[in-house]
Every structure is written in structure tokens, then in C-alpha cells.
Ligand binder design. Structure first.
Ligand SMILES: NC(=O)c1ccc[n+]([C@@H]2O[C@H](COP(=O)([O-])OP(=O)(O)OC[C@H]3O[C@@H](n4cnc5c(N)ncnc54)[C@H](OP(=O)(O)O)[C@@H]3O)[C@@H](O)[C@H]2O)c1
Length: 262
């Protein structure tokens, strides 16, 4: 089997949640996979995704560092990338002044620096062939100031914006850029971000498989963005007309730690 009959997709953050489901849709749709995450759980995820008809390679690497991204790129071994699904990301809840700065930096380095570095490297490779699909997992969080989640929302605002700008720059190149903008989704995200003690953390959330399906389909169609679910589309529409100060206040009501003193 050659690369033409089985195009290759890179999916980052594929050990759990939305990324695992994105990888699953890639596999179902005939992609070979190169998947990555920071923890050993990426290997059992690869086992689940593997089938007699597709190849799945897994790389355990920290994508918050340029070296970690280079390690993922080295695993390509010269193969052309048909689709890049840049999904790995971290959240971080709580008041900014109480946050550990190393954790703040890890969020920025993972969500922004590592993602942009990977996108640039892979998009250059795609440009040389004149084809490729890129999916970036942004968020509706990027539409509003994230009180008690301030740095995370800022990183997603950058990704949402960047995705559209890169899409415009690559118009006519054969490469499409799609931004997947989920709302609250039932994954390990809130636990890892220390946000279980919030109204949002305890709210009913979207299923990661449904979110990933919308994202995968939008990427395949070469659409610019997809906001999953009508409630999230409504929130996105409200964000575009509501003043930032009011948005920040509303956001804080759902993300303020319940244990925080009044
Ligand atoms: N859940 C939501 O409500 C929601 C809403 C909007 C957008 N999103 C975005 O969706 C994406 C996926 O999140 P999720 O909800 O599916 O959460 P998740 O289950 O926690 O998945 C996050 C994935 O990213 C990987 N990752 C995180 N930091 C990494 C690093 N430095 N290097 C390599 N891999 C790293 C994780 O791997 P390790 O465990 O190995 O670190 C994991 O595979 C994120 O970009 C997130 O911002 C989530």
C-alpha cells in the first residue's frame, strides 16, 4: 500500500477526548495516522485505532517545546502529510494571580507556540506539493475574555484569529485551513484544568465524538470554521455584539471556583 492509496494524517492530542475522536474519524475515512501526546496513554490509544487496513504510529512527546514538535516531525520519515489536525491543548482555571506561572507558560507554549511551529513546518511541506488540509482546534472561548480562565481564552483567541488569517494567505494554494471551535465538551479537559469546582465544569457538555465528527467533516469540505451545537452558535453570536466588559462578567459567573471566598 502506498501513500497515494492511504493518505497520512497527523493528529496531536489524540490520546483522549476530541483528539482521539478526530483520529478515529481519520482512520474510518482511510487515513494512515501519526498521532502524538505527552503521556504514555498515546500508545494504548494507537492500539485501539489500529486495524488490519491502516497504519498507526504513535509518538510520546511534549508539544509545548520546539524539540518535542521536531521529534514528531522526525517520525514522519519524509512521508507527505495529507492532513494535519493540530488539536493538542491545555486549559487552566482559577484566578490569574493565584496561578503558578510555570503552568501559565505551559498553556501558552502548548496551545500557541507548539501549535504554530508544527503548523508552519507541515504547511511548508504541503505547499511544496500544492495540497493539504489543516484543522486547528480553537474554541468559542476565543470569542470572550475568560475570567478565571484568562490565559486559556487568550490562547484560543489567537488560534481562532490565526486560523482565518492563514486560510486567507493560503487561498489558491491547494491547502485549506479549518478552525474547529467547540463549546464545553465532555473530556478530561476540565479536570486537568482544575475547573471541576466551577459551574461550567459541572455543567452538561457536548459529546467529543459529535464535536470531532463536525470538525472532521468541515476539514474534509475545506470550510473555514465550525462552531459545534446550536447553543454554542448562539453564544458565539452574542459574543460578537456584547461589550467585552459584560462578556468578562458573564464568563466569570460560570468559571469562578465555587470554593473562592465572596
Ligand atoms: N473540552 C472542551 O470543553 C473544549 C472546548 C473547546 C476546545 N477544546 C480544545 O480541544 C482540544 C482537545 O482537548 P480535550 O477537550 O479533548 O481535552 P483532553 O481530553 O485533555 O485532551 C487533550 C489532549 O492534548 C494532549 N496534550 C496536552 N498538552 C500536550 C503537550 N504539551 N504535548 C503533547 N500533547 C499534549 C493531551 O495529551 P497528554 O494527556 O498526553 O498530555 C491530550 O491528548 C484542546 O485544544 C482544547 O483546548 C476543548
Amino acid at each position: 500500500m502506498n501513500a497515494q492509496s492511504h493518505p497520512l494524517a497527523i493528529v496531536t492530542g489524540a490520546s483522549s477526548g476530541i483528539g482521539f475522536e478526530l483520529a478515529r474519524y481519520c482512520a474510518i475515512n482511510g487515513f494512515e495516522l501519526l498521532i502524538a501526546a505527552d503521556e504514555p496513554e498515546i500508545h494504548p490509544a494507537a492500539e485501539v485505532l489500529r486495524s488490519p487496513t491502516n497504519t498507526v504510529d504513535a509518538v510520546e512527546t511534549d508539544l509545548s517545546t520546539l524539540e518535542g514538535v521536531d521529534e514528531l516531525l522526525a517520525a514522519l520519515d519524509g512521508r507527505p502529510v495529507a492532513a494535519l489536525l493540530a488539536n493538542a491543548g491545555r486549559g487552566l482555571g482559577g484566578a490569574f494571580l493565584e496561578q503558578d506561572f510555570a503552568a501559565v507558560r505551559h498553556v501558552i507554549d502548548t496551545n500557541v507556540t507548539g501549535t504554530l511551529y508544527l503548523v508552519q513546518k507541515v504547511a511548508r511541506q504541503m505547499r511544496s506539493r500544492g495540497e493539504g488540509r489543516i484543522l486547528i482546534t480553537g474554541s468559542i472561548a476565543g470569542f470572550m475574555p475568560g475570567t478565571y480562565q484568562a490565559v486559556y481564552n487568550g490562547t484560543k483567541a489567537l488560534l481562532d484569529s490565526f486560523s482565518f488569517a492563514l486560510r486567507a494567505e493560503l487561498k489558491g494554494s491547494g491547502i485549506t485551513v479549518t478552525c474547529l471551535m467547540p463549546g464545553a465538551t465532555e473530556t478530561e479537559f476540565f479536570d486537568r484544568a482544575g475547573m471541576q469546582d466551577t459551574k461550567l465544569g459541572q455543567s452538561k457538555k457536548d459529546a467529543p465524538a459529535a464535536v470531532a465528527r463536525k470538525g472532521f467533516d468541515a476539514m474534509q469540505k475545506g470550510e473555514g470554521d465550525v462552531v459545534t451545537g446550536w447553543q454554542n452558535r448562539l453564544a458565539a453570536a452574542i459574543s460578537s455584539v456584547m461589550p467585552s466588559g459584560a462578556l468578562a462578567a458573564v464568563h466569570g459567573r460560570s468559571t469562578r471556583p465555587r470554593s473562592a471566598a465572596d
